[in-house]
Structure formats: structure tokens, C-alpha cells
Design a protein around this ligand. Structure first.
Ligand SMILES: Cc1cc2nc3c(=O)[nH]c(=O)nc-3n(C[C@H](O)[C@H](O)[C@H](O)COP(=O)(O)O)c2cc1C
Length: 369
């Protein structure tokens, strides 16, 4: 199966995989797709630099991309104060009370959890771009809006195409008007930040709105070869998958058999919720007792980005340490219902491609009847 995306990137299959893990991203590229490393979790650009050094050495010369997060607006961008001081005490009290009610113990005194995410501040995201452009990246993608014009210009001057995620046809047109080369139409089903229109409706709307100005990748709810065939039928030039890789054996950001992994494997397609509690913007998460607690009558309104994640990050560290599958905090899409075993990325590719071929054959036979 070749589409214009394969030719554009020199890849075998029109499957682009977003992942926060460099190990998964490398495995996707080696399997013949395009692995795209999410940069948002790297508060320290030097750490991203090391991860991309590793990618350069472990992708057998295959292309790979990076994903940055530059929202159109970040209310606290440039605020000259310690961001922690902007978090109301009432919010902190609610988090502490909820963790106690859920039976989540404090971290051991000698253990420091991961810091809150700052990668959605433009200052930090720009440091990601600076670092990424010193590596042999084949794509820069941006979530939550068109990248600023100077970022698009810098990428283009370096010969790197730019993609942007879109949840409506209007977003997609805005991206292309801004000079974006590739649109990722991401439906409501998707894990992480997501809009309100389901993929089945969104994708043809975006394809028609963009016309031949840019190829469109389908994202949201894709985890089988039949869904890839459907995306191609709806006009996509390829697919952009995120959730599926969370249960691959190369994904080691959560340990094997961790509560997160067990919860993902057990979840059905109705076990997710779209909520602002992870980042301050609507994102699809695994529905657990933690996400449900934020629906209680005494729960405060989530804070704007980036404060909400700074608020909940220490709680997420405690939740991860407590290893209770009922209290997991994890972005994932509705396709989680099909993520039922841990498999290597290469096996996932084999299954996707076998089913894609069988589906196209079945449709072809229908036409002949
Ligand atoms: C754990 C997780 C983290 C994500 N983080 C980002 C991100 O930092 N940047 C981004 O552009 N998209 C992010 N996404 C969205 C993916 O890029 C992708 O659009 C989405 O997962 C596609 O839908 P699917 O989950 O149904 O495959 C994330 C998704 C997941 C599951």
C-alpha cells in the first residue's frame, strides 16, 4: 500500500505513529512507518537532545519526526512569577483530600517524582525546535494550533515539512493558510487533546476543505487495518495513530505490568472521558476513580494550561507509585477497547497491514460482484 505520504517521507507504509517514547518511535520507523516523538514532556532541552541522539543511532537511517505543543494562546506565557504561586490553595486542598479518599499514599521521603509538564509554554517548545533542527528530523508536527510563522519558516528553510493537528475543517484551512504542509484531522475518539467531531464526520469535511493544498492524515480511533482502510476511503493519505502504541513492548515509560498497563489492557471502548483535568484543555483520558472525583459537587474548575498540569503532576506521581489500576491518570482514546495485549511494534504493523490488505481485497471483490 503506497500513498503520496510514502513517497514524501520515503517510508513503506502510510502509518505515522505519535508516541512520547523514543523506543516506540524508533520501532515504528524501523517497521516502515514514520515514528514521531512527542517532545512536550521534555522540560529540559538537553534531555530531548540526548533522546534524539539515541533516535539518530537507532533508526537504521529511517526517517522520524518530532511533535511539539505550541497552543495558540497560553494565558501565563511570559508571566514573570513562579507559576506555582498562581495555583489557588483550594485546588491544592481538593487534590490532597481526593488522594486521601482514594487511598493514594504520599511518595516516600527520598523519592522525587517527574516534574509538571512545561513543554506547552512557547519558550520551552521553541527550545525543542532549536534542538530538533540539529538532528535529521523528517517532520515537525504541532498540536493545539498552527505553529507560529517563524517556526514554520525555520522548518521550511531547513527542508523540514510541518504538520498540524486539526479538530475542525476551519482549523485545517487556517493551518494550510499559515503554510502547514500536512494536516492531521483528529476526531473526538482520539486520546489526548481532542475536539468534538467524530472521525467519520470530520475526515471528509477536512479533506474537502483542504482540497489539493495539503495531504490529510486521519487520527482518532484507528487501531485496526479495517480502520486504516476506512480512513483511506474517506480521503486520507495515511493515518496518524497514538493510543495503540501505549501497549507495545517497546513502551517503557510505564513499567511492564504496572497499574497503568493493566488498566489499559482491561479497559473497554466506553472507559474513557474527555476532561480538562490533565492539562486545562479538553483531553481524552482513561476513566478512573481519579477522573470521576473531578466530577463531584465539591470539585474545583480545572485551571488553565499550564497550571492544571503543574497542580496535578505531584498527584500523578503519587498515583503511579500507588500502582492501583482504579486510580490511573492516563491519556488514551476509545481504541483502548482493542488494546488487549502487549505486543512488539513490528507485530502490530504486521496485523495492521494484513488486515488492511484483506479489507481492500474484500471491497474489491464487492465491486466485482
Ligand atoms: C498518551 C498520549 C499523549 C499524547 N500527547 C500528544 C502530544 O503531546 N502532542 C500531540 O500532537 N498529540 C498528542 N496526543 C494525540 C496523538 O498525537 C494522536 O493524535 C491521537 O492519539 C490519535 O488518536 P488515537 O489515540 O485514537 O490513536 C497524545 C495521545 C496520547 C494517547
Amino acid at each position: 500500500m503506497r500513498t503520496e505520504i510514502c513517497d514524501r517521507f520515503g517510508i513503506e507504509h502510510p502509518i505515522i505513529g505519535f508516541t512520547p517514547s523514543e523506543h516506540v518511535a524508533a520501532a515504528i520507523s524501523k517497521a516502515g512507518g514514520l515514528g514521531v516523538l512527542g517532545c512536550v514532556r521534555y522540560n529540559d532541552a538537553a534531555e530531548l537532545d540526548r533522546a534524539l541522539d539515541w533516535m539518530d543511532e537507532n533508526t537504521d537511517g529511517r526517517p522520524y519526526g518530532v511533535d511539539i505543543v505550541m497552543p495558540a494562546t497560553v494565558p501565563t506565557e511570559g508571566t514573570p512569577v513562579d507559576l506555582d504561586t498562581l495555583i489557588p490553595a483550594g485546588h491544592r486542598d481538593f487534590v490532597e483530600r481526593t488522594l486521601t479518599e482514594l487511598g493514594v499514599p504520599p511518595l516516600p521521603a527520598d523519592e522525587k517524582g517527574r516534574d509538571g509538564v512545561l513543554g506547552w509554554l512557547h519558550s520551552v517548545a521553541r527550545s525543542h525546535v532549536d534542538v530538533a533542527l540539529t538532528h535529521r528530523i523528517a517532520l515537525i508536527a504541532n498540536a493545539l494550533g498552527s505553529p507560529p510563522p517563524d517556526v514554520i519558516d525555520r522548518a521550511h528553510r531547513a527542508g523540514v515539512p510541518v504538520a498540524a493537528l486539526a479538530g475542525t475543517a476551519a482549523h485545517a484551512v487556517r493551518h494550510v493558510d499559515a503554510g502547514v504542509d500536512l494536516v492531521v484531522a483528529q476526531g473526538y475518539e482520539a486520546g489526548g487533546h481532542t475536539g468534538e467531531i467524530a472521525s467519520m464526520v470530520l475526515l471528509p469535511e477536512v479533506v474537502d476543505a483542504v482540497g489539493d493544498r495539503a495531504p490529510v492524515l486521519a487520527a482518532g480511533g484507528i487501531g485496526t487495518g479495517r480502520q486504516i482502510a476506512a480512513a483511506l476511503a474517506l480521503g486520507a493519505a495515511g493515518v496518524w495513530m497514538g493510543s495503540t502504541w501505549l501497549t507495545t513492548s517497546e513502551y517503557t515509560l510505564d513499567m511492564p505490568e504496572s497499574a497503568t498497563q493493566r488498566a489499559l489492557l482491561a479497559a473497554g471502548s466506553s472507559d474513557t472521558v474527555r476532561s480538562r483535568i490533565y492539562t486545562g484543555k479538553p483531553a481524552r483520558l482513561l476513566k478512573t476513580r481519579w477522573t470521576e472525583a473531578w466530577n463531584s459537587a465539591d470539585a474545583p474548575k480545572p485551571l488553565p494550561m499550564p497550571l492544571q498540569n503543574l497542580l496535578v503532576s505531584p498527584a500523578h506521581n503519587r498515583i503511579t507509585r500507588s500502582d492501583d489500576p482504579e486510580v490511573v491518570a492516563m491519556p488514551v482514546g476509545q481504541i483502548v477497547g482493542r488494546m488487549n495485549e502487549v505486543r512488539p511494534v513490528a507485530d502490530v504493523f504486521d496485523t495492521l497491514l494484513t488486515e488492511l490488505t484483506a479489507t481492500l481485497d474484500r471491497l474489491d471483490n464487492l465491486r466485482k460482484n
